[in-house]
Design a protein around this ligand. Structure first.
Ligand code: XMP
Length: 507
């Protein structure tokens, strides 16, 4: 039923889903296939992309895959590790190098070609590799170099291309143009896939999987679980019950707002569970970030189980897990960065079957889905908020006093940013209460209080991010209000780390 399709062979890159999503943004359907599964080349398949990955092609544990695809007459693009696979297959040479290329790199196009159509002769790109191609076989042309390192190649007689840089990340300035050239011109795929299609497909899939069973959804009020709730409600109506666990780790007045929206506006089956005490006592003495995440994730499920048992017979547990949550928690091929609340904390003996209708989407795609579902803008365009809530924004041990500081500081930051008209320009902003204390002076008296860090980032999908260039006056206003209004905080710092190498949250 799908229109033209691009297959993406996944070798474990952090960015594989980003490639898929970029192709879908071009309104061409794309599908990710793990490297060790057979590729089904139907007539709709117009091209194949080989993803990057953490391995080295020359090592014994390099991924083995069905290389008969190279004999197919189908356009192919290898990205990073994907390009190195192509080089090795055709008899070129890849080597480990002492100097790695991470981050921005200027690439010089030395041979004009269809992939780089419309680009300048020198382009800003994003690299992330340790190995490099030192030589291609004779049947390849080098299309581009960065600092004399081969960064793009093409087979002389076939539409097989390789890129050392990542066209899928935003920091590659004209990456979308490169992918467009590949998809539309080289593969000759035509656009025809939209978010509304995804919505209809999801509704149908949910109905056919669930049948007449009952589904329990963990609703946090954040964008992800809210969109999942509305999507599931559309598919299942009365079969869905939303459970909102108030774990006491939420922001200013958040719990009441969530209840109002879903209970009154959407008229869903909505159960609010007050579990603040339980969470605080489980977190007592826990300081390690991973331990916090796992403790919260596990307790969340326990509370769910208890609630479900008291509510009746549920077969399914639905969650608003995103692709980012999965990839950053580690997959078969990618390495773990953080155990995201919805994934890492799940005990094996869950007792429910899981439904995760958003687990192939990125945050901004979820928002598009929310729009396709006609959801109110104030829900769909809310900032992302992590499942473990303020627990990972209060460093070290969680206490009610620190949580209260965090809520007050966060509320002030939101008020000032809104008043200064910056709300739509910043992707995500919040306060981190650090566990460092410093000396200050107020009204001639010595103070000894916590350092609060302001974090504000621009991003499109949470995979990469840059710190927001907030005007000094706004920063000054936030800092002075916090120090004056929030007991226990006496110093403010601004976090200017991008992702990578930092992550957006501090824990
Ligand atoms: P990091 O800190 O990994 O965050 O750069 C990327 C995005 O994900 C959000 N985040 C989470 N979301 N459960 C969630 O649902 C989590 O455990 C979690 N941890 C981080 C974070 O706020 C950012 O938007």
């Amino acid at each position: 039923m799908h229109t033209d399709t691009i297959l993406i062979v996944d070798f474990g890159s952090q960015y594989t889903q980003l490639i898929a999503r970029r192709i879908r943004e071009l309104e061409v359907y794309s599908e990710i296939v793990p490297f060790d599964e057979p590729l089904e080349i139907t007539k709709n398949v117009k091209g194949i992309i080989l993803s990057g990955g953490p391995k080295s092609v020359y090592e014994a544990d390099a991924y083995h895959f069905d290389d008969s695809i190279f004999k197919q007459d189908i356009p192919m693009l290898g990205i990073c590790y994907g390009m190195q696979i192509i080089v090795k297959y055709f008899g070129g040479h890849v080597e480990k190098h002492d100097t790695k290329e991470y981050g921005k790199a200027l690439v010089d196009i030395i041979k004009p070609n269809a992939l780089f159509e419309g680009l300048k002769s020198s382009e800003t790109t994003w690299m992330s590799h340790g190995d490099r191609v030192v030589k291609t076989s004779d049947n390849f042309d080098v299309l581009a170099e960065s600092n004399h390192i081969i960064s793009a190649i093409k087979h002389r007689d076939k539409d097989i291309y390789g890129l050392q840089f990542h066209p899928e990340v935003n920091h590659t300035q004209h990456g979308v143009k490169v992918l467009k050239n590949f998809v539309y011109h080289i593969c000759q795929a035509t656009a025809g896939w939209k978010m509304r299609d995804y919505m209809h497909e999801s509704v149908e899939t949910i109905r056919s999987v669930v049948g007449s069973e009952k589904v329990l959804l963990g609703l946090s009020g954040g964008v992800d679980s809210s969109v999942a709730a509305v999507l599931l409600h559309q598919a299942l109506g009365e079969q869905l019950t939303c459970v909102f666990v108030d774990h006491g780790l939420l922001r200013h007045e958040e719990a009441d707002t969530v209840e109002r929206v879903f209970k009154e506006y959407y008229q869903m089956h909505f159960v609010r569970v007050d579990a603040k005490e339980k969470f605080l006592s489980a977190l007592k003495g826990v300081t390690d970030p991973e331990q916090k995440r796992k403790t919260i994730g596990k307790l969340f499920i326990d509370v769910f189980k208890e609630t479900a048992a008291s509510l009746g017979d549920f077969k399914y547990l639905a969650q608003g897990t995103l692709y980012t949550d999965i990839i950053e928690s580690g997959t078969k091929t990618a390495t773990t960065i953080k155990s995201h609340h919805n994934v890492g904390g799940l005990p094996k003996e869950l007792g429910f079957d899981l439904i995760e209708p958003l687990n192939s989407l990125f945050k901004d795609e979820v928002r598009k889905l929310g729009d396709a579902l006609n959801m109110p803008k104030e829900i769909v365009y809310r900032q992302p908020f992590p499942g473990p809530g303020l627990a990972i924004r209060v460093l070290g041990e969680i206490t009610e006093a620190k949580l209260e500081m965090s809520r007050k500081c966060d509320h002030i930051m939101h008020q000032v940013i809104k008043a200064d008209g910056l709300e739509d320009l910043i992707w995500q902003y919040f306060i981190v209460i650090t566990n460092a204390k410093t000396v200050g002076v107020m009204g001639d008296k010595r103070t000894y209080g916590y350092v609060a860090a302001l974090r504000a980032v621009t991003s499109l999908d949470g995979m990469t991010a840059d710190w927001a260039r907030i005007p000094y006056d706004t920063l000054a206003n936030i800092a002075s209000r916090i120090v004056n209004e929030v007991d226990g905080v006496n110093r403010i710092v601004y976090d200017i780390t991008s992702k990578p190498p930092g992550t957006i949250e501090w824990e």
